[in-house]
Each structure stands twice: as C-alpha cells, then as structure tokens.
Design a protein around this ligand. Structure first.
Ligand SMILES: Cc1cc2nc3c(=O)[nH]c(=O)nc-3n(C[C@H](O)[C@H](O)[C@H](O)COP(=O)(O)OP(=O)(O)OC[C@H]3O[C@@H](n4cnc5c(N)ncnc54)[C@H](O)[C@@H]3O)c2cc1C
Length: 466
C-alpha cells in the first residue's frame, strides 16, 4: 500500500507566530519545514543571545520570561517532527518554489502550503541628523541589548511613537544605561482618551503603565508630543533637539539616539507570493489581505503574526495557532472546533485592544512637515527629499514605482524597507493627494541583500567548474 500523501508545509519565521503554527502542524504529523534567517528561534521579541552567551530569561524578557522560555523550548520538545532550517534566508518566491540561502549555500524548496510569519521591523522616518553615526532604530537599540548585551551609547536618548518606547526605555534603565530622555513623538491626550478601550487586554495595559511608572521612578525624563526633531553633532551624535507642544525647543546632550516611529509589517514575501494588498488607514500602511483565519488571497498561502498586521507577540502566538488549524481543516484533517472558537474570541478581544493602541499612538505625520530639500531620504541610493519633490512636480512621478524609476528610491540594499513609507508620505503631501493613491513599492527579489559570492558556482562556466 502506498504511504498517504503528506503535503509539504513550509513556515517562514520562527517568531511567536511561526513557532505556534509549526507546533500545531507538527502535532498533526505533517513534519513542517520551519525556516528563519536568524541562527536561533524566538523572533524579534524573544530574540536570544548567541549560544554560549546566554543570560537569565528574566533579565532579558522581564514579565515575558515565561512565554519566552516556553517558545524557546518548543523546537526541542518537537524534535524530529520539525525540519528546522535556521540561519536560512528566503530571498525569493516564484510560484510554489522558495529560493533559500543557508549555511550550505543557495537552494530551492517547493511547497504545497506556505505559512508566512515574517514579523515586522521598525518604521523609520527621516529627520535632520538621522544618518549620523550613533543614530539607531529603537528596535536596533533593543537588539544590541538583548542579543549582544551592550547599550548603543553611554548616554542615550530614545524616541518612539508606540508601546516599544516605554519598554525599551525600561530595559535600558534596568540594564544600568543612562537614558537622557524618553521622547514620545505622539501626544499624551490620545492615551488618556483611548486608555479605557485598552482594557480589552488589561494585563498588557497594566504592563505598559508599569513601564512608564518604573521609568519615572528611575528618574528618566519622559516627554510627549514632539515635533521638529533634530540630531546634532560633528561627525557623530552629540545632542537631540526637539520642539514641545507649546513650540519651545529643547536640547538634550547624548552620545546615541534610538529612534523609530512604530512598526511596519515585513510584507515582501507575501507580495512575491502573489497576495493582494490593502491600505490600512489606521496604521497608514499596506498589508496583505487575509481572512480572520489567516487565509491570504493566494492559493495555499497563509499569513500569521506581525507580518500580516501589527498585533504584538500574544496575538502572533494566537494567530499562528489559528492559522495552522485552518490550514489543517483545509486539508481535511480533523481539528478541535472548541479550541478554534476560544482562539477566535481571544483574537477578537485583542483586535479591539490593538485598535485602541493605534489610536493612542497615532502616526506622527507632523514630523515630515517642512523637511528641507537637502535632507537625505533614501540613504542606500543617496536620494534627497528635494529630489523626490522635483520628480513629483516636474517629471510626473505620481505613484511610488514611477518615483522609483525616476529617482532610484527603493532600489538599494534595503529595497525600500527603510525609506519606502516615508517616501510615500512625502510624495502624497507633495501632490496633495491621499497616501493610498500613491501606492507602494512593488516587492522584488532578493527581498534582502544576498552576497553575490554565494552564487558564484551558479554563474561559473562548465570549464571554470571543472
Ligand atoms: C526590533 C523589534 C523589537 C521588538 N521587541 C518587542 C518587545 O520587546 N516586546 C514586544 O511586545 N514586541 C516587540 N516587538 C514587536 C514584535 O514584532 C512582536 O510582538 C512579535 O515578535 C511578533 O511575532 P511574529 O512571530 O509575528 O514575528 P517576529 O517575532 O518578528 O518573527 C518573524 C521571524 O521571521 C523571520 N524572517 C522574516 N523574513 C524572513 C525571510 N525572508 N527569510 C527567513 N526568515 C525571515 C525573522 O528572522 C523573524 O525571526 C518588536 C519588534 C521589532 C521589529
């Protein structure tokens, strides 16, 4: 008798969403392939130090230590039931074939079903001085602490527009770094107005309030509603300048700045997989269309976690589980409907919480007002704000991909992951049109930089190979 056909299910991303999806698939006996470019599982929030440099989970993850350890132990528990490929980048998708670059070099992998759990990265906006050595994203400042156990400077200023700011501030203060300022680019009032709706997830709300209180107790100045951001320094960071709600300028001496303005979903692989996108007015970003169970518009492509829509780590775990259960049901494998109903109820509660968070931390659009023409916007290709405006007003660049063709914005190493959203905002403002109308940069392989040397063999002639 022939063995029953087992579909090859590939999960991309070993963060909370991908790990929980993998768990469900493995327990159903599908032996999923789990791929992540990071050397160790955990994703962004539960990122681990290198092997041999471990530190206690409570030091690294605070309140979330229990969740982190549970997820870190998951692959060990599942053992051989998962084909885990770490340190492996998925850099392209064509049809049902993934292009990989791992420790053994390049390879391809075909799939019957694909779960994309690719997470998020910092949302970056340009401001004078943002390219000076010593300016990091807020997430990078946290990665330095979690992965390498170092601070980005000896006296740091942290700037944000989301709940990551009070958390990273707390982590820096707890690690003994001097935090000269924790500056929220969004005003305080929306937090008061939307605080009650955040009771949809009381424990998360309490944690946020606790971080702010602990930061205040440790003497870190916390300010809200900043505009006119500027980093000053001769060759590297020396101070952060900002304007308060009353129009007064402030200057804080520091030797490093961590600054980013919320998160953006990593949607490039979903784009290459053929998932249709929609513009989300609340977060002002494009995201792949998906059903509440995680189904995308592309056949057999599923989406979970922050890569689909920003929801945070708890939502990522729930969504990973939910998506994998839907995938199993789709393949005719029996699933526990009571468990699904519980997950759906929890996800609905979390959605209400997330809407309140997004309203409490509205996108700080005003930071992009009045930027000088000579400010660097796309640092990979050296394109200024003025060059963008000129392409829009004199060359008819009325859409992001036309803008890319005229200016090279988004053609460099980051493929627009860093500058793309800011470019769309500035283009829309220049044309005085709604941002959704200027579109988004289309995804192109490779989604992240890959060394050409890794493919040297592939390009060698027969004679050279011999
Ligand atoms: C820098 C940073 C720090 C954060 N810190 C916190 C925090 O401390 N607390 C908190 O509540 N939230 C934090 N967040 C938010 C966080 O993203 C989510 O809460 C949570 O980690 C989402 O889980 P996820 O599984 O959806 O994605 P992630 O945890 O981001 O996992 C996605 C995984 O996909 C992998 N991946 C992506 N693309 C590819 C590819 N092409 N090939 C191979 N692998 C790929 C990544 O390496 C990553 O491991 C942080 C976000 C960022 C960007």
């Amino acid at each position: 008798m022939n063995a029953p056909f087992a579909p090859r299910v590939v999960v991309v991303g070993a963060g909370p969403a991908g790990l929980r999806a993998t768990e469900v698939l493995a327990e159903a006996g599908l032996r999923p392939v789990l791929i992540d470019e990071a050397p160790r599982s955990g994703g962004q929030i539960y990122r681990r130090p290198p092997v041999g440099a471990e530190r206690p989970a409570t030091d690294l993850y605070g309140f979330e230590a229990g969740k982190a350890v549970a997820l870190h132990d998951l692959l060990g528990r599942l053992g051989d039931r998962v084909d885990h490929r770490s340190a492996t980048l998925v850099w392209a998708i064509e049809g049902r074939r993934l292009s990989l670059l791992g420790p053994e070099g390049p390879s391809v992998l075909d799939f019957d079903a694909l779960v994309l759990a690719t997470g998020a990265m910092d949302r970056v906006l340009p401001f004078p001085g943002w390219t000076l050595p010593g300016v990091f994203t807020l997430g990078a400042a946290q990665i330095a602490l979690k992965a390498q156990g170092v601070a980005i400077g000896s006296k740091v200023a942290l700037v944000g527009a989301g709940p990551l700011l009070p958390l990273v501030t707390r982590q820096y203060a707890k690690a003994g770094a001097e935090v000269a300022l924790s500056l929220d680019a969004t005003p305080f009032l929306p937090k008061l107005l939307h605080g009650p709706s955040m009771l949809a997830s009381p424990s998360t709300l309490l944690k946020g309030l606790w971080y702010m209180a602990a930061n205040a107790a440790s003497g870190v100045p916390q300010r809200f509603g900043a505009t006119g951001l500027r980093v000053e320094g001769d060759g590297r960071v020396e101070a952060l300048v900002w304007r308060d709600g009353r129009g007064r300028d402030h200057r804080v001496a520091c030797d490093a700045v961590g600054a980013s303005f919320g998160l953006r979903s990593e949607i490039q692989l979903a784009d290459l997989a053929g998932c249709r996108m929609e513009f989300d007015e609340l977060t002002r970003q494009w995201r792949p269309i998906r059903t509440s169970e995680g189904r995308s518009t592309a056949p057999d492509v599923w989406l979970a976690g922050d890569g689909a829509t920003i929801g945070g780590a708890d939502v990522a775990e729930l969504a990973g589980t939910r998506t994998a259960l839907a995938l199993l049901a789709d393949r005719g494998i029996a699933v526990d409907t009571t468990r699904i109903a519980r997950l759906d109820a929890a996800l609905a509660r979390q959605r209400r919480f997330r809407v309140a968070v997004e309203k409490a931390y509205p996108f700080p659009r005003a930071l992009l007002d009045g930027l000088a023409d000579d400010l660097m916007l796309c640092r990979c290709e050296g394109v200024t704000v003025g060059a963008l405006r000129a392409a829009a007003t004199t060359r008819g660049a009325d859409e992001m991909n036309r803008l890319k063709a005229f200016t090279r914005i988004g053609m460099g190493r980051c493929q627009g992951r860093v500058c793309g959203q800011a470019a769309a905002e500035i283009l829309a403002a220049t044309l005085d049109r709604p941002i959704a109308e200027v579109g988004r940069l289309r995804g192109n392989p490779p989604v992240k930089p890959i060394p050409i040397g890794a493919f040297a063999g592939a390009f060698a002639t027969e004679g050279e190979r011999a």
